[in-house]
Design a protein around this ligand. Structure first.
Ligand code: PEP
Ligand code: MN
Length: 334
């Protein structure tokens, strides 16, 4: 349920209303927009007398929210959320590009790629340290050593770092990670999501391989219910009957998610297509669709990559994509 407060109402009056609502065992989320303040009521709202609330002098309108996601819902928070990743903003016109290798492989590899993507305009550095591989015999990532190398690249380049967590027990290792990624395979690892809800770290939440947008938003809700509202949603393609591409990029997810939610939405054209030559057209299309950012895999030698070489761009190809994305955004005045 939401209650839209009339303009000109004092903070004191709003606080009194919140205190009264909280006696009815609901949690009240407050969103102060440019024009209106919206109170979002989360929890069991059956005891709240909607008519009484509607008739209060300071209340403009009361509505029930039919969607099961509340905190993530745009009705709760009409303005776009801006997520601040150690000084790099994403959302509400702030466009961020996350680039780097699928996996951190060595000191020289991550430093070389980091320097190159920064030069081309990437704002955040990615690199997998704990890798979710389909086969247990494939390279599993450098794990804690990989995190150390990422931190070194951050020190040298100044770029905030993004890397995937697979196990909540690893959280102490992620203290210096700026944006924690939840991979597609863990989108519905609810215990992990609950733990991340208790942290203060921004979270990059990737859509599961076969999950609906509602399920993605419900996973965001798990994190937000714990008090962490710094979430970036990521469309990375879903599994369909198509086999020429690794996944099928669902670009309609971008405007749909932005309509349903206030959270920023980024697109990963690398995992979505699995083919390096498709990354540029998909990145341009994502920018045109209104994405708040991109996540692109870049390797200094894709042919020798230990993971996802076929979809990785060379630094020169990435530079070309960045130029194209800038032109698209300028043309559309985004
Ligand atoms: C990744 O970004 O490295 C990754 C494994 O992606 P996804 O979880 O989308 O497959
Ligand atoms: Mn990858």
């Amino acid at each position: 349920m939401i209650a839209v407060i009339k303009q000109g109402v004092t903070d004191n009056q709003i606080e009194n209303l919140i205190a009264w609502l909280e006696t009815q065992k609901v949690h009240v989320h407050i969103s102060k927009g440019e024009y209106n303040t919206v109170l979002g009521l989360v929890g069991d709202t059956t005891n709240v007398d909607m008519e009484l609330l509607q008739n209060l002098e300071i209340v403009e309108n009361v509505m029930r929210i039919s969607e099961p996601f509340k905190n993530a819902n745009r009705k709760f928070h009409p303005d776009n959320t801006i997520v601040d990743v150690s000084g790099v903003k994403i959302g509400d016109g702030h466009f961020a590009v996350i680039a780097g290798p699928c996996s951190v492989e060595s000191h020289d590899q991550i430093l070389e790629v980091a320097g190159a993507v920064k030069q081309s305009g990437a704002t955040l550095l990615r690199g997998g340290a704990f890798k979710p591989r389909t086969s247990p015999y494939d390279f599993q990532g450098l794990q804690a050593d990989g995190l150390e190398l990422l931190k070194e690249a951050k020190k040298v380049t100044g770029m905030p770092i993004v890397t995937e967590i697979m196990n909540a027990n690893h959280l102490p290792l992620f203290e210096d990670v700026d944006l924690i990624q939840v991979g597609a395979r863990n989108m519905q690892n609810f215990e992990l999501l609950k733990e991340l809800g208790r942290t203060k770290k921004p979270i990059l939440l990737k859509r599961g391989l076969a999950n609906t947008l509602k399920e993605l938003l419900m996973s965001a809700e798990y994190i937000m219910a714990g008090g962490n509202e710094q979430i970036i949603l990521c469309e990375r393609g879903v599994r369909t009957f198509e086999t020429y591409t690794r996944n099928t990029l669902d670009l309609s997810a971008v405007p749909m998610l932005k309509e349903l939610s206030h959270l920023p939405v980024v697109v990963d054209p690398s995992h979505a297509s699995g083919i390096s030559r498709l990354v540029k057209p998909m990145a341009l299309a994502a920018a045109a669709a209104g994405a708040d950012g991109l996540m692109i895999e870049v390797h200094n030698n894709p042919a020798k990559a230990l993971c996802d070489g076929a979809q990785s761009l060379t630094p020169a190809q990435f530079d070309d994509v960045m130029r194209g994305v800038t032109r698209v955004r300028e043309a559309l005045e985004l």
